[in-house]
Design a protein around this ligand. Structure first.
Ligand code: BES
Ligand code: ZN
Length: 457
């Protein structure tokens, strides 16, 4: 790397962290209506920041439920490729708050890590590219390729606004590659390129027994408790090995070839690492698949929340009228979210005894994502990783989802480069989310190297 740029990046570190901390202080939780103004404030902050580093056409787009920010720099020349950088500035809720060592929106550096909600997912990882572009503009006055940014504020709640926007603005967003840093690598020296992500379908379930809560002394033994009925229904959704029992659930699932299983077997992420990163006492799930295969290539059905009856301190001897659950399915290629909704809904009704009624509301879905990893931009990313991390990336599948990547793939017809800089123990969606600062700094260098590699294509 150019010595002037290296010197710039070394000196810029404290300022880069300070700026990221300012963005992290804004509690932009997209799923909670009470934080609507904060999501907007995070967009405004980003717009002003992108303006200040010298990008052009900087626009706050307010065309739907949540805002987005667009910016570009298109002076590399018409013969040079265009890279579209995507990220998101909305974050997940922070409960349970008492488990945070420092408040989620009071960013704090402890050791090598920056702790805050959104530090890794995804303000920090998005900032990697912003700082890379800034460094190039400040030291050379230009970029090696044309660059567009489209950063959204609704990823954690389904990406509706951007999903409508992208097809309507295909020409404005046209690019030769889309780069997304919203995933994790395996270790600080082991980069990862993903060639697939899981999709998702979510639903809310309500089980209703008696018309209102009942005295358990007066009615206990004669009426089916709604909490119990819900627990019985939910417990029937898996077999003892963790396979989903919904009839037809696995019908469309892509079967891994022996060759692909061999590729995935190279990924240095096994049982011990899953246990260490999760803090769970033992592994669970389909025994005939490895952890990497289960996370990347097998669908799941999860119970994300369940509540009902009396949960305050003390005791209340009640038979609750209603019990509730939120469930979600992680989907793999080629499962269709609409078909999964039909199958799961029908099975939940079938499992419901005549003593209660059930209401199932499917909310939204996104299919899984899969891309061929021999595309030139993906190979350019692999070379960039190698230059900065000293190791070749492994190619694997991941379990999380990024709903917009399917839309980018089909509308822009450009390869999607899923180049993460987080770590498996970044505590995404959990208390004490953090970003490993060495990954932040290496990420910025990797982004610079990637833009240079793209210019060679
Ligand atoms: N950054 C994650 C996605 C992710 C996490 C991909 C880990 C790969 C590994 C993203 O912000 C996210 O959490 N997405 C949601 C999408 C959903 C709400 C539609 C998810 O996966 O739960
Ligand atoms: Zn994310």
């Amino acid at each position: 790397m150019d010595p002037q740029l290296t010197a710039y990046l070394d000196a810029a570190r404290p300022r880069q962290v300070d700026e990221l901390m300012a963005w992290l202080r804004i509690p932009s939780i997209s799923t909670l209506a009470a934080h609507k103004d904060d999501v907007m404030a995070a967009a405004v902050w980003l717009r002003d920041h992108l303006q200040s580093i010298g990008l052009e056409h900087v626009t706050l787009i307010d065309s739907g439920t949540q805002p987005m920010v667009y910016a570009d720099w298109l002076h590399a020349g018409p013969d040079k490729p265009t890279v579209l950088i995507y990220g998101h500035f909305d974050v997940q809720p922070v409960d349970p708050l008492d488990l945070w060592q420092s408040p989620p929106f009071a960013p704090e550096v402890r050791g090598d890590n920056l702790y805050a909600r959104g530090a890794s997912d995804d303000k920090g990882q998005t900032f990697v590219h912003i700082k890379a572009v800034e460094a190039l503009l400040r030291t050379t006055g230009r970029l090696p390729v044309n660059v567009k940014f489209l950063i959204e504020g609704e990823e954690e709640s389904g990406s509706r606004t951007i999903s409508a926007y992208v097809p309507q603005h295909a020409a404005q967003l046209a690019a030769d590659a889309v780069v997304v840093s919203d995933t994790h690598i395996i270790a600080p020296d082991q980069p990862v390129i993903l060639y697939g992500l899981r999709g998702i379908w979510v639903a809310e379930i309500t089980v209703t027994g008696p018309a209102h809560d009942l005295h358990s002394g007066n009615f206990g033994g004669t009426i089916h408790n709604a909490n119990q009925a819900l627990a019985e229904i939910l417990a029937a959704l898996h077999d003892r090995d963790g396979r989903v029992t919904v009839p037809g659930f696995y019908d469309q699932v892509r079967v891994l070839s022996p060759e692909e299983r061999a590729v995935l077997a190279q990924v240095p992420y096994g049982e011990a690492q899953v246990l260490a990163d999760s803090g769970a006492p033992a592994l669970y799930g389909e025994p005939e698949f490895t952890p990497v295969e289960r996370i990347g290539a097998r669908p799941t059905l999860e119970i994300n929340g369940m509540w009902g009856g009396f949960i305050e301190p003390g005791f209340k001897t009640v038979i609750p009228s209603q019990a509730h659950a939120k469930i979600s399915c992680r989907l793999v290629p080629y499962q269709d979210p609409a078909r999964i909704e039909e199958l799961v809904t029908a099975y939940l009704h079938q499992l419901t005894p005549p003593t209660v009624t059930i209401d199932v509301r499917g909310r939204r879905g996104a299919p899984a994502f899969l891309t061929p990893y021999d595309a030139p931009p993906i190979q350019a990313a692999a070379r960039a990783y190698r230059q900065v991390f000293g190791n070749d990336p492994v190619f694997t599948l991941e379990g999380g989802g990024i709903p917009i990547v399917n839309v980018f793939q089909s509308v822009l017809n450009a390869p999607i480069v899923l180049m993460g800089f987080g770590l498996p123990d970044d505590n995404l969606h959990a208390p004490n989310e953090k970003f490993h600062l060495p990954c932040f700094y290496k990420g910025i260098r990797t982004s610079v190297a990637f833009l240079h590699e793209m210019a060679q294509l």
